[in-house]
Write a new protein. Structure first.
Length: 100
C-alpha cells in the first residue's frame, strides 16, 4: 500500500510540474504572439507605401482621380478588380491623383 501511495504522489507531482511549466511557457510566449499580431499591420503599412507607379491599374486610378479632382467629383467611377493587388493599386493611384 505504501508503494502505491508514493507512486500516486510522484505522478501528481509530475502532473503539477508539467501544468506549471506549461503555464510559464504560455506566459512567456504571450508577448511573442502580441508581436506576431502586429506584423500584419506593419505589412499593411508597407503595402500603402508600395511603389505602384508602373502598374496599369495605378495609372488608371491616377488619371480618373485627376479627372474627378478637375471636375470637383468625388470618386465618380467605382472600379472593382478581381485581384486584391490591382484594387489596392487603383485606389492608391486614385487617391494620389485626386489629391488626398
Amino acid at each position: 500500500m505504501r508503494m502505491n501511495l508514493e507512486h500516486r504522489i510522484r505522478v501528481l507531482a509530475v502532473a503539477a510540474g508539467i501544468g506549471i511549466s506549461g503555464f510559464m511557457v504560455q506566459a512567456v510566449g504571450a508577448p511573442l504572439f502580441q508581436d506576431h499580431d502586429q506584423k500584419p499591420d506593419q505589412r499593411q503599412d508597407q503595402n500603402q507605401d508600395k511603389d505602384y507607379s508602373r502598374n496599369k491599374t495605378y495609372q488608371q486610378g491616377m488619371r480618373e482621380g485627376q479627372d474627378d479632382h478637375a471636375h470637383s467629383r468625388d470618386h465618380s467611377k467605382k472600379r472593382h478588380f478581381k485581384k486584391d493587388e490591382d484594387q489596392k493599386a487603383y485606389e492608391a493611384g486614385y487617391q494620389k491623383g485626386h489629391g488626398n
